[in-house]
Design a protein around this ligand. Structure first.
Ligand code: HEC
Length: 247
């Protein structure tokens, strides 16, 4: 099972935990006459919270490890995810401290709990939910699901040769590609070296024809393990290709 699929499944479990936490909170504090034993609800709520945090740490470990290993720039979606996750853990810490230490703030605990649940829904919808949806629950590779959207703009790229485009492309390359690729050799870093990338007949890993279209495609819907740069503007992609063409 791919790690993304595993993470997505776990995030669904986190949503279920969040719903359960909300339910136990509402049942415990929201009704005029109580239907359930409050002490029991509290125990369920607490156990729920402990499992939630355990899963959170487990998933966060994989995410951070991935970032460390690839040193990839975060895509906008990943960046949002990161901010959401950070907010959740800070809120969680506040909530616990308001229950245990700063009791004067206890009245805020319920609102914070709700916020954590809502952020969990948002995060899962945006990441795990998106992944499961786009891959038809892990049965289709993500790349294929993304390719289906098509990107007419990258069909038939004319390689620019003016110095300005090459300069901009080089800058982009140095900020986005350089962690994983060596421009001036064929030595493998994380990914293959890029010397002569557009002069060789085929691309080094996928063995597809070395056309600008296939390179652009590699950025939009990467072959295998490279992160996607689908957020780059067409113009940026063209400039990167202008630079790659000089190697
Ligand atoms: C996080 C590391 C990483 C970053 C950043 C990265 N790549 Fe890659 N790239 C890879 C890996 C890994 C491969 C090889 C594919 C594989 O084995 O999964 C690859 C392969 C490629 C290939 C060859 C594809 C093929 O079909 O053989 C091209 C071209 C490429 N990258 C271009 C770029 C460009 C341009 C950028 C910057 C916009 C970039 N890469 C940023 C990791 C990265």
């Amino acid at each position: 099972m791919s790690i993304l699929l595993l993470k997505s499944m776990l995030s669904i479990v986190m949503v279920i935990l969040a719903v359960n936490a909300m339910f136990t909170m509402f049942e415990a504090f929201g009704r005029d006459e109580k239907r359930h034993d409050i002490e029991k609800l509290k125990i369920i709520h607490k156990a729920n919270g402990i499992i939630y945090i355990a899963l959170y740490i487990f998933i966060a470990y994989f995410c951070l490890n991935y970032i460390l290993q690839t040193k990839a720039e975060l895509s906008p979606r990943a960046a949002f995810h990161f901010v959401f996750a950070l907010t959740v853990i800070v809120l969680f810490g506040l909530k616990i401290s308001f229950i245990r230490i700063y009791r004067q703030f206890y009245r805020h605990v319920k609102t914070i709990g709700l916020l954590i649940a809502l952020l969990t829904f948002g995060m899962t919808g945006m990441s795990g939910g998106y992944y499961l949806f786009a891959t038809e629950f892990g049965t289709e590779p993500l790349r294929k699901a993304e390719t289906n959207r098509g990107n007419p703009a990258i069909a038939g790229i004319i390689v620019k040769t003016d110095p300005e485009s090459i300069r901009k492309g080089k800058e982009l390359y140095e900020s986005k590609c350089y962690f994983c690729h060596d421009a001036y050799s064929n030595k493998k870093e994380v990914g293959p070296g890029h010397k002569g990338i557009l002069k060789n007949p085929i691309l080094p890993v996928s063995k597809k024809p070395a056309t600008p279209e296939n390179v652009a495609n590699q950025l939009r819907n990467p072959y295998k393990n490279m992160p996607s740069f689908s957020y780059l503007l067409d113009e940026d992609v063209e400039n990167i290709i202008a630079f790659l063409n000089t190697l």
